[in-house]
Design a protein around this ligand. Structure first.
Ligand SMILES: Nc1ncnc2c1ncn2[C@@H]1O[C@H](COP(=O)(O)OP(=O)(O)OP(=O)(O)O)[C@@H](O)[C@H]1O
Length: 413
């Protein structure tokens, strides 16, 4: 059974007469790597401070290993929780080594100096964070990133079962940012509990085992990264328009953000996109971001356009791999085309497998044909596709345009 190590029950914090955290309840077990995410001013740092016992609660209780945190002495707390604040002012003239050595103080008696073992531990963490060469340099002369790595070494040298990090990667370059998340993941797998305040959602989703999403002092979501980082939660917390999807290349959660009209004037306009072979990706993205109600088809499974449809969670008619469009999909495609307010036919290449898409396009009430490449270069049916296409584009309901022209048209509307 996992051991509950730290819990907050209906906890509220009031600062300067204002409620900063409201009814926060969470229970964190040993070995979890928890990312605290949310927009600026959401209350992330305040939550970390509250869980460390640094702030008085207006309501509720925080417990460490079943004991009210207010009943533990400072030294006891320091042996359980190492805490790296967001902004730290290190005294003038202190060297990196001196600062990191203070991480060992919770283990020393008042008459003791650091032992050889303490120095070895300090050395180990200074090497890990890449500051061993800066050991004798005063911290006030360091860059923001160097200082942050010294402070991180200090926190790690405390060797506590819980580690709280408030934006430890804020001034760090890409390599150290990822290194720190990777390291925290490793030590959490070895049983330590790590809480990290983070702004980089992709890094947090990649490495944390659990995320707490705060907004306006309230807990919006708590759970696995897949459960917490959703289109709806990002909208609720950040007021952000985003598509959240599993990136098939990296295997990680990915977030595509875009600007959009909150009122979404296009939400009732149904558009069906006939595409395939990657010819539809940019059309799908463009129309998705503008809030149209999209359907797609018929596309081969595994096709780039099918992946785009999956990423944006769009209904997509899939045919059979390496086969002509089957009867059922063909009928369903026609139904979707007839139901759509307008249809877009992408700059498709035609062969036996998808020629039915071109035939189905005749059913559209209003059809926009995207043509960036002449049909003759996209016809792998010895002229059959070209003949059909020429007949189609002469129909009164059809408008032919290049993709750049299509963008201009959408921007005007
Ligand atoms: N001592 C204080 N007195 C009054 N208000 C405070 C105090 N400390 C923080 N606040 C307010 O509490 C809110 C939450 O602050 P907090 O630092 O916890 O947010 P955060 O989510 O960590 O933000 P950021 O991402 O910008 O670091 C903010 O509106 C902040 O101004």
């Amino acid at each position: 059974m996992t051991q509950e190590i730290i819990t907050a029950h209906n906890s509220s914090i009031v600062l300067g007469g204002k409620k900063i955290l409201e009814n926060i309840t969470c229970s964190i077990s040993a070995g979890e790597f928890v990312g605290i995410i949310g927009p600026n001013g959401a209350g992330k740092s305040t939550l970390l401070l509250a869980l460390r016992g640094f702030l008085p609660l207006a309501a509720g209780e925080v417990q460490l290993l079943g004991r009210p945190i207010t009943t533990l002495s400072d030294k006891e707390l320091a042996r359980h929780i190492a805490y790296m604040q967001q902004e730290v002012n290190v005294g003038f003239g202190y060297t990196a080594l001196e600062v990191v050595l203070t991480g060992r103080y919770p283990y020393l008696k008042w008459w003791q100096h650091e032992q050889a073992e303490d120095k070895a531990i300090v050395q180990q963490y200074m090497e890990f964070t890449g500051v061993e060469a800066l050991a004798d340099k005063p911290v006030h002369l360091m860059s923001g990133g160097e200082k942050q790595r010294v402070l991180l070494a200090k926190v790690l040298a405390q060797e506590t079962p819980l580690i709280f990090l408030d934006e430890p990667t804020a001034s760090l370059d890409l390599v150290y940012q990822e290194e720190i998340f990777r390291y925290c993941q490793l030590i959490s797998k070895q049983g330590k509990t790590v809480l990290i305040v983070a702004h980089d959602l992709k890094l947090a989703a990649k490495f944390c085992s659990r995320l707490l999403l705060l907004a306006d002092g309230k807990m919006i979501a708590d759970g696995s990264p897949e459960k917490v980082i959703t289109k709806e939660n990002l909208q609720a917390a950040y007021g952000l328009h985003a598509a959240v999807f599993m990136n098939k290349v990296t295997g990680n959660l990915d977030i595509h953000t875009y600007a959009a009209d909150d009122d979404n004037p296009n939400k009732d306009t149904k558009v069906h996109i006939i595409c395939g072979g990657g010819s539809g990706e940019k059309i799908i993205r463009l129309l998705y971001e503008r809030g149209y109600r999209l359907t797609l088809g018929v596309i081969q499974p595994g096709d780039a356009d099918a992946n785009a449809a999956e990423a944006f969670h769009l209904p997509c008619l899939l045919g059979q791999p390496f086969s002509s469009i089957d009867e059922l999909s063909a009928q369903e495609n026609r139904r979707k085309i007839s139901a759509a307010d307008w249809v877009v036919l992408s700059d498709l290449t035609y062969g036996e497998q998808n020629i039915d898409n071109l035939q189905a396009a005749f059913m559209a009430k209003k059809l926009i044909v995207i043509e960036d490449t002449p049909i003759e270069e996209r016809d792998f049916l010895n002229g059959q596709a070209s003949d059909l296409y020429t007949e189609l584009v002469e129909m009164p309901q059809v408008t032919v345009m290049t993709f750049p022209r299509f963008i201009t048209l959408l921007e005007k509307n």
